[in-house]
Design a protein around this ligand. Structure first.
Ligand code: SF4
Ligand code: FES
Length: 198
C-alpha cells in the first residue's frame, strides 16, 4: 500500500492509533467481504461502483482528496502534512455532530445486530421491528464485540459471557458498566448514526 500511495503524493496519517483502527476495520471487511473496502463508506452492491471504494481509493477521488489534504477517512494524508491529527474523520470540517449513513433499512433484518465503524467510533447497530439503535460494540466485561451477540427483544446478550445490554440506552444490570449509545435516524430508508467528530 505504502509505495502506491507514496507515488500518488500521500502517506499514512501521523496518528498511529487511528491508522491502526482503520486498518483493523479494513481487515475485518476483507474477512467478511473478500475485499479491502473503505470502512468509512457504504457499499452500493454494484461491484463496479464498489470497486471505487477499495482501499486505497485515492485515484478515483484525487481532486476531492487534494482539497481535503487527506483521503475521505483520514487514513492517508498529503505527504507535506506534518501533523495529521486534525485531519481525522470523514468530513471536510471535522467539527461537531454529523449523521453518517451506514446501511439501508433492508440490509438488517428485524431482530439482528451488526457491526458498524464510523471513523474511530466502533458500534453495534440493532434492529427491533422498525426501530434502529446504536451502542458501543465493546462489552464492558472483557471487551467482546456486542455485534456478535444475540438479540432478545430490546436486549443484546454478549457472545462471551452473556451480559445483557438494553440497546435503547446501553444499560446493563452490572453497576458502572453501561455502554455509550448513539442517536439513530432513518432518512429515505437509509439508517444514519450520529457521531461527534473532532
Ligand atoms: S477513503 Fe481512505 S481509507 Fe477509505 S478507501 Fe479511500 S484511501 Fe482507503
Ligand atoms: S465479555 Fe461480554 S460478558 Fe464477558
Amino acid at each position: 500500500m505504502t509505495p502506491f500511495v507514496d507515488r500518488l503524493g500521500y502517506k499514512f496519517n501521523t496518528d498511529d492509533g487511528f491508522v491502526e483502527e482503520v486498518l483493523v476495520s479494513e481487515i475485518e471487511l476483507l474477512d467478511t467481504t473478500g475485499d479491502v473496502y473503505c470502512p468509512c463508506r457504504m457499499r452500493t452492491g454494484d461491484p463496479k461502483e464498489d470497486a471505487k471504494i477499495v482501499c486505497p481509493c485515492i485515484p478515483f477521488y484525487r481532486d476531492q482528496f487534494a482539497g481535503l489534504k487527506k483521503c475521505w477517512c483520514g487514513l492517508f494524508i498529503l505527504k507535506e502534512i506534518e501533523d495529521g491529527t486534525d485531519l481525522l474523520g470523514v468530513i471536510e470540517e471535522p467539527q461537531g455532530e454529523i449523521d453518517v449513513p451506514v446501511f439501508r433499512v433492508d440490509d438488517l433484518p428485524d431482530g439482528q445486530i451488526r457491526h458498524v465503524k464510523v471513523g474511530r467510533h466502533d458500534m453495534a447497530v440493532a434492529r427491533v421491528g422498525d426501530e434502529f439503535f446504536a451502542l458501543s460494540n465493546v462489552c464492558r466485561h472483557a471487551f467482546a464485540p456486542l455485534a456478535e451477540g444475540f438479540m432478545d427483544g430490546y436486549f443484546v446478550m454478549c457472545p462471551w459471557h452473556g451480559w445483557r445490554y438494553d440497546v435503547r440506552d446501553g444499560s446493563t444490570d452490572h453497576p458502572g458498566a453501561d455502554v455509550k449509545t448513539f442517536a439513530v435516524s432513518v432518512v429515505d430508508r437509509e439508517v444514519r448514526v450520529r457521531v461527534l467528530l473532532k
